[in-house]
Every structure is written in structure tokens, then in C-alpha cells.
Design a binder for this molecule. Sequence first.
Ligand code: NAD
Length: 449
Amino acid sequence: MGRFCRFRECPVRPSASLATGDDRIETTMAEEKPNAYKAAQDQLDSAAKICGLPAPILSILSQPKNELIVNFPVRMDNGELKMFKGYRVQHNNVLGPYKGGIRYHEMVSLDEVKALASWMTYKGALHDIPFGGGKGGIKFSPRDHSQSELERITRRFTHALGANIGPEYDIPAPDVGTNGQIMVWMMDTYMNVVGFGDKNANRGVVTGKTLACGGSYGRESATGQGIVHCITEWARDRRFELNGCSFSVQGFGNVGSNAAKILSRTGATLVATGDWKGYIMNGDGINPFKLAEYVARTGSVVGYPGTRPITREEFFGTAVDIFIPAALELEIGVAEAKALSCKLIVEGANGPTDLAAEPYLYEKGIALIPDILANSGGVVVSYYEWLQNKRSERWDLEEVEERLTKRMKRTYLAVSEYASTKKCDWRNAAMCIAIERIGRAYAERGIFP
Ligand code: NAD
């Protein structure tokens, strides 16, 4: 059931499931890819078996608590009205307020958002951060809209969500297709519509804001920084020399570009990358700093001087030491796993690897650092931003980075130890740590009434 809503305009109605034989799953995902929520459920089921999660807790985690769908009109620059469909899924809040990004993408669907929301629950729990999991999005392509249209879409969506978000209840952040500016429009709308009596107490309704509007130093690059912490820990444990090694990145947005820039400082070389428009390579190396400037100007990596265009198949077949998927979920299927030639995959994206593809990777001796660990730097620094907003503090970059480094290393070590003790892969280890923590909270709190 949804939360009580103070606004007539924002009814909270759980959406209806379509009959699929498994009533946890909707049938709205792109046909060519496996269903993301099914993938998330398979991961949960696998970990639950390993750690013996009690069946009632498993069934609670198998469904989000709330699924909100809002349809709302927005006036376009040409004066016409256009309808948009927005989602907010609140998966679990036993450990703290729902927390998770807002995605603007033409492939957004209820099942995709449900999957992403559940991964947020596990990510927060893995780090022992007092947050639950949520995710939201609007099904449209932001590239097709002007800044003023994006602002009106964002403000109208935030208004439609109304009191279903809030700094102590559900805290959005940036994800694919959104950024600090969009978070600031969300914050400003929320402050003016919901929390007008106590405006500044509501600054923490979203994280990933710009620095001028209550954001944290280090948040924009935090996910990329966290990925590189995982890589440096992995390299240290295996005595692998990063200086001189090669890597490729799928998706050159916030996560991919920051990971590439930070990793390049170790002496590793970016040799191939790609985005929504196409893929490029240069065996001698691509400068990620200059490439990021080019993408900011042109909207894509395609056409970057000194590189040659390659197909998606060639991209996945390019031999590198480290591969960072940082685009969308389920990009690594069986065919991609068979084609990949690397030593390590570090999941920058959420859910980039199909479970069916994993055996092909492990067979080749490829190590995999799973999403809920690898890309968790973002939610960790979002937590720091939320704390700074609550306390009216501003931490300097060194303080944020020091805290992030400590937490990433501690969680990395915990996952590594769990995997070797239980002799399981790292995805199962990370998931087990998370769901055991959630299970303990339920065991002590009990189920109301
Ligand atoms: P972004 O919008 O900044 O970048 C997304 C990138 O993926 C862009 O380069 C885009 O062109 C590319 N892309 C989109 N569709 C593609 C396709 N079909 N094939 C290849 N490339 C495609 O988004 P982001 O914030 O960098 O998020 C990337 C991934 O990281 C997502 O899975 C997101 O959920 C995850 N993530 C993001 C954060 C964060 O802090 N932003 C934190 C944790 C996880």
C-alpha cells in the first residue's frame, strides 16, 4: 500500500501486474533483453539459498513495498501538451528511508525500475548505510527536449510525486539521463510545494545536487571513484600492475567517464569505449579527459578525433585487462560473455550482467566485482550529502574522499572474506551480506501488527 498523500493531485495507487505466470514480474521490458526484475529476483533467490534467508523475509524482498505510476501533461516549447509516464518504486525501508536515482530514458519500464529499486536496497544494506532502496524514472528521451522542457517535465513529475518523496521518507538522486541540475529543480519544486513552511529543512529531499544548491564535494565523481577503489584493491590483492594495463568502458556518461579519468591516473590506458550512438577505439590509447570535453560538446563519443569507429560486436571482442560496463542493465548476455577477453569486469552499471552469462565468464577465469559493491560510491557520498544537509555542514573534498576510501575498502574486504569463507562468487557474497543484515532487522523488529 502507498503512503498517505496530502495532495489531491498525487493519488498513490499500486499499479496492476500483468499475468505472466509469476505475479512478481511485469511484461513491460524490451523484448530483446531479458526482464531486469526477473534477473534481480534470480540473484536474490541464489543468495538466499546460500545464506539460508528465512522464507518470509525472502517473500517480503521479492516484492517492492510501493509501486507508484504517474501520468502527467507538460507544455512543450511549441505550445502543445504532451503526456509523460513517470515511476517511483519503493522497494524496502526496513533499514532507513528509501533511496535511489531517477532515470530519464526511452526504455524505462516498471520492471526495470523495480529491479533498480531492489538493487538499491541491497547496496545500502551491504554498506550498512541507514537507507532502504527506491528508484524512479520517466519513459522518454531527454535528448529530444530543450532545457526549458526538461525543467517543466522535472517540476511536473516532482509535483505529481508530491509527499511520496521526502528527506526522511524517500530521497531521489541522479541516474541515467539526469544530473545535478535536474536534482536542483526537483529540490526547488519539492521545497515550494510540500515543505514551504520549513524550506531549508527539506534540502536533503534529493542528493547529487549542484555544489551551489546543497550538493557535496566529491558526489559527481563518487561512483567512478568507488569503481577505481575496487580496482586498486583487486590489483593490490593479486599483485597486478595497473600501470601499463588496458581497459574499456561501455557508456561514457557520469559513471563511465569519471571511472575512466580516475583510473587513467594509475597509468592504465583506455582503448575502447562507446555509448548510445556507437563505439570507438584506439589501441594506442584515448585521453578520457579530452574525450569527456568532446562528449560535453557533441553528446556522444562517436567521431572523436584519432579513434576509429567499431561495431558493438568488435567492442565486446576487444582484448583488454579490465572492462567497465557503465551503461544499462543486461548488456552482457551469453554472446557478449563468450566474446569478452579480459581479466576483470567491474560493474559500473546496475545489473549489466545476465546471470546466464556468468558461467561463461568464470569458465574463462574472468573475475567480476558486482554492481552493488562496485558502483556503490555514489550512494555512499549521497549519504554524506544527506548528512551534511541535515547538519547544515559543508565537508571539504579531502574529508569526503577519506571517508569514501575507508568505507569502500572496508566493504570490499568484507565481500572478499565472505566469498572465500563461503566459497561463493562475489555477487552472491555481496548479496548475502546485504540480505543477512536486512533479515536481522526483521527478526528483531518483527512484522507489524
Ligand atoms: P549517464 O546518463 O550519465 O550515462 C549513461 C551512458 O550510457 C551514456 O554515455 C549513454 O550514452 C550510454 N548509453 C545509453 N544507452 C546505451 C546503450 N543502449 N548502449 C550503450 N551505451 C548506452 O548515466 P550514469 O549516471 O553514468 O549511469 C550509468 C549506469 O551506472 C547506470 O546503470 C546507472 O544506474 C549506474 N549508476 C549510476 C550512479 C550515479 O551516481 N550516477 C550510481 C550507481 C550506478
